[in-house]
Ligand binder design. Structure first.
Ligand code: HEC
Ligand code: HEC
Ligand code: HEC
Ligand code: HEC
Ligand code: HEC
Ligand code: HEC
Ligand code: HEC
Ligand code: HEC
Length: 392
């Protein structure tokens, strides 16, 4: 009997020593954060990183050791991820997402919005926290007292699970690609493509059924480089061959502030727009992206079918541009005749569409901006995402 007790005690002692060693091996960060922020530790434990010995200190450094010195923790930027995921960062910096932060800051609208919405990372900055920030941009953020928003990689595979599956789901794109001026989510999810995707998820169509996701068309083969032909603004250089369309485009470019409305000469804003890759500047830059997209369509449609679909989008854009240019010229004439006053923000007595909805101007100015930000935007975005119903 006595002997049996010794065995039991012996086993218990060994077990105790073993767990003690296991606990001692666990990083102090993890142990303490199990108490202070258990949700983060659970997420990290669910990640591939935890099985690969990529621990809290790998990304956050080991300077912060106690509750009081939390400010010593490093908040890792993309270069930290690139220590192990160089390819993804390399692809990412070649794509449009890398310009999210810079393009937001390049617009006049940014300077009439509260900082909390920009560098603070709510509002515009919440969606535009994309792109490797320069040292100057990081300093500007720190000087304003904003410590976070250092990383773009956690936008699609969120911390601390950093899951590939999550990023492969179109829902990961919805959080930003939705709403007023870029309702790609609403358009895709209510199109044939999105409906099929939903049916597959519900098990009503087989796993093998073709249903393209945002990623399938825009991040093909897992690449992190993204760019489209028309982009957000739906303008490009050189001007179209059709004379009326070319003239309408010039009017729109003036109202975008990239051509001087009085002289037609390029303005400083054109350089800012070029610097953030906001428009395709050559025929080739545009057609490269168009052809890449056709390659995607060809996986499931006849090439000719796909081309016609996209060309119908271009034709709608041409018609929308006609209406837009007429609207711009009417408002410019109202300023000229003194019927309405140009908003104080505007440099010229000419509409400035890049103030978005913040004109500070008259009701007529608001209507023109709505025509631009809502109706023109949606006209070609809808054709690109092939659907009928529109988002509110
Ligand atoms: C003794 C407990 C304890 C230990 C050990 C500890 N932390 Fe923390 N950590 C905290 C507390 C408490 C906070 C502050 C939470 C708050 O702001 O509400 C914090 C904050 C943080 C932050 C956020 C910093 C910020 O600016 O918001 C990070 C990142 C972090 N810890 C990582 C780590 C890493 C990595 C280690 C190990 C090298 C570690 N922690 C060790 C308790 C601890
Ligand atoms: C693979 C890298 C990586 C690992 C591993 C990692 N983190 Fe983080 N963590 C990040 C990134 C990226 C951010 C966001 C930084 C930013 O926004 O500036 C972050 C932010 C944080 C924050 C501050 C923001 C918030 O949501 O509270 C805390 C606290 C934190 N991490 C704790 C931890 C703890 C605890 C561990 C270990 C269990 C851990 N991290 C492991 C990458 C990592
Ligand atoms: C010290 C190296 C290291 C660092 C730093 C690191 N990772 Fe990882 N990461 C890994 C390893 C190893 C894997 C697992 C690879 C595998 O299973 O193929 C992984 C896997 C991943 C995956 C795929 C997960 C899945 O579900 O398949 C993502 C996404 C990821 N990491 C993102 C990040 C991000 C974002 C950062 C920076 C915040 C980061 N990693 C920092 C080593 C690292
Ligand atoms: C809900 C998320 C979200 C918010 C909030 C948001 N944006 Fe955007 N923004 C996007 C997305 C997504 C795109 C790209 C859409 C597209 O190409 O159709 C974009 C495009 C842009 C572009 C054009 C970029 C380019 O190069 O094509 C600018 C400039 C811009 N936004 C500025 C702003 C400003 C300024 C604010 C705040 C007033 C703001 N955004 C608020 C998500 C957002
Ligand atoms: C726009 C969304 C998005 C952003 C931002 C993003 N990723 Fe990804 N990431 C994805 C998608 C989608 C996949 C899955 C690709 C696939 O299907 O193979 C992925 C996969 C990965 C993988 C797993 C690769 C593999 O083959 O297993 C790693 C590692 C990774 N990303 C790292 C990063 C890093 C590092 C960054 C920041 C530089 C980043 N990601 C930013 C969408 C994103
Ligand atoms: C955190 C917000 C955010 C998420 C998440 C996000 N995006 Fe974006 N996306 C943006 C912003 C902001 C821009 C405009 C970037 C710029 O200013 O240049 C953009 C631009 C784009 C563009 C380029 C449009 C052009 O001008 O040619 C494509 C394509 C795109 N995103 C696809 C995706 C896909 C697919 C996903 C999901 C895997 C995704 N995005 C997830 C914010 C986001
Ligand atoms: C069947 C392929 C396909 C799918 C699926 C798809 N897109 Fe697109 N997307 C396109 C095409 C085509 C364009 C227009 C390209 C051009 O300019 O010629 C486009 C354009 C865009 C643009 C640039 C601005 C615009 O709208 O014209 C963004 C941003 C974008 N898509 C995001 C998304 C997001 C987010 C999803 C998922 C909710 C998605 N797309 C689903 C094919 C697709
Ligand atoms: C992964 C496969 C896949 C890809 C890639 C794809 N589609 Fe589709 N598409 C489908 C399927 C399946 C349908 C539903 C066909 C039906 O209506 O019976 C569909 C429907 C459509 C429709 C509506 C047809 C109708 O009769 O209502 C259009 C338009 C369309 N696709 C255009 C495109 C374009 C343009 C591209 C490339 C930008 C593209 N598709 C890429 C699979 C795909």
């Amino acid at each position: 009997m006595k002997k049996a007790w010794f065995v039991v005690l012996g086993v218990m002692f060994a077990a105790f020593c073993f767990t003690d060693i296991a606990v001692a091996k666990e990083e102090k960060c993890i142990t303490c954060h199990r108490g202070t922020s258990p949700g983060q530790v659970a997420d990290w434990e669910a990640s591939k990183h935890s099985g690969e010995d990529v621990t809290c200190s790998t990304c956050h450094g080991d300077k912060h050791k106690k509750a009081k010195d939390a400010q010593l923790a490093v908040l890792p930027d993309e270069t930290v991820c690139a220590e192990c995921h160089e390819d993804q960062l390399e692809q990412f910096v070649k794509g449009k997402h890398n310009f999210g932060w810079t393009s937001m800051n390049a617009l006049p609208i940014t300077h009439v919005e509260p900082d909390e919405l920009i560098e603070g990372g709510r509002g515009c900055g919440g969606c535009h926290n994309m792109g490797v920030k320069s040292e100057a941009q990081k300093k500007e953020q720190r000087d304003k007292g904003y410590r976070y928003q250092n990383n773009s990689c956690d936008e699609c595979h969120t911390r601390h699970t950093f899951s590939k599956k999550e990023a492969q789901d179109p829902k990961a794109c919805e959080q930003c690609h939705m709403g007023y001026d870029h309702p790609q989510w609403e358009m895709w999810s209510s199109s044939k493509h999105g409906t099929r995707y939903a049916m597959k998820e519900k098990g009503k169509l087989p796993e093998s059924a073709a249903a393209p996701s945002c990623q399938f068309c825009h991040l093909p083969d897992g690449t992190h480089t993204n760019r489209t032909a028309w982009g957000f603004l739906g303008v490009r250089l050189p001007l179209p061959e059709d004379k009326q369309w070319a003239a309408d485009r010039v009017v729109i470019l003036k109202a975008l502030g990239v051509l001087n409305p009085e002289t037609g000469e390029p303005t400083a804003r054109l350089d800012a727009v070029k610097a953030v890759d906001l428009v395709r500047l050559t025929e080739e830059a545009w057609s490269t992206e168009r052809e890449k997209m056709i390659e995607r369509c060809k996986q499931c449609h006849a090439e000719q079918y796909a081309r016609i679909q996209l060309e119908m989008g271009d034709a709608i854009m041409q018609k929308a541009d006609r209406l837009m240019a007429q609207g711009i010229e009417i408002v410019a004439a109202l300023y000229k005749d003194g019927i309405i006053k140009k908003p104080d923000n505007y440099s010229f007595a000419y509409p400035d569409l890049l103030y978005f909805m913040q004109t500070g101007g008259s009701y007529i100015d608001q209507v023109l901006l709505e025509m631009y930000m809502k109706h023109r935007m949606r006209a070609y975005k809808e054709l690109a995402h092939t659907m009928r119903a529109t988002a509110k």
